[in-house]
Design a protein around this ligand. Structure first.
Ligand code: FES
Length: 179
């Protein structure tokens, strides 16, 4: 398990996993929602953005901040496939749509290509922490099938060749950026 790295992260933050600025941002939501339960979803987004994932200890801290049972937060987490709980997301999160329109236009082939190239299955992250692969339900871009989303960027009518060059480009940027 990634318990050790989680523990290190916690230690690095002086025992508290959630950075104070994240807790402050969560509290800023309070007046805008009818109750603290309604803050769970936006708070989870803030946490995942800050930590790259939402580990168990962050759930416990959030429950404390919101004054609700941790099980309520776990319910929300299990409903949305968007949040990661086991380990931080890769730098690039790649969503390949495999709903009907995209599947008919080669979405599954793109997924197979990425499985092979990255040597991971959907839901997993490469060992170097660069890429997380996800099989997505409709990304809302059916007229551009097959669609792929990488972080915030939507790539319409994706082909294996285009995907290959996008990944090459991202890898190159990382090498140039991080030495
Ligand atoms: S089916 Fe793929 S974007 Fe809608």
């Amino acid at each position: 398990m990634s318990q050790e790295s989680k523990a290190q992260t916690v230690e690095g933050r002086g025992g508290a996993l959630l950075p104070p600025e994240v807790i402050a941002s969560i509290r800023e939501y309070f007046p805008r929602y009818p109750n603290t339960r309604a803050v769970v979803l936006p708070a989870l987004h803030l946490i995942q953005e800050a930590l790259g994932y939402v580990p168990k200890s962050a759930v416990l801290e959030l429950a404390n901040v919101l004054g609700i049972p941790a099980s309520d937060i776990e319910d929300t987490l299990s409903f949305y496939q968007f949040f990661k709980q086991d380990r931080p997301l890769g730098k690039y999160r790649i969503w390949v749509c495999r709903s009907l329109s995209c599947a008919l236009c080669g979405g599954e082939n793109l997924l197979d290509y990425l499985r092979e190239r990255l040597n991971i299955e959907p839901g997993e992250t490469t060992a170097d922490g660069r890429f997380t692969l996800e099989a997505a339900e409709c990304l809302g871009a059916c007229e551009y099938a097959p669609a792929v989303l990488i972080n915030e960027t939507l790539y319409p009518t994706m082909t294996r060749e285009k995907l290959e060059s996008v990944l090459d480009e991202l890898s190159k940027q990382d090498i140039n950026g991080h030495g």
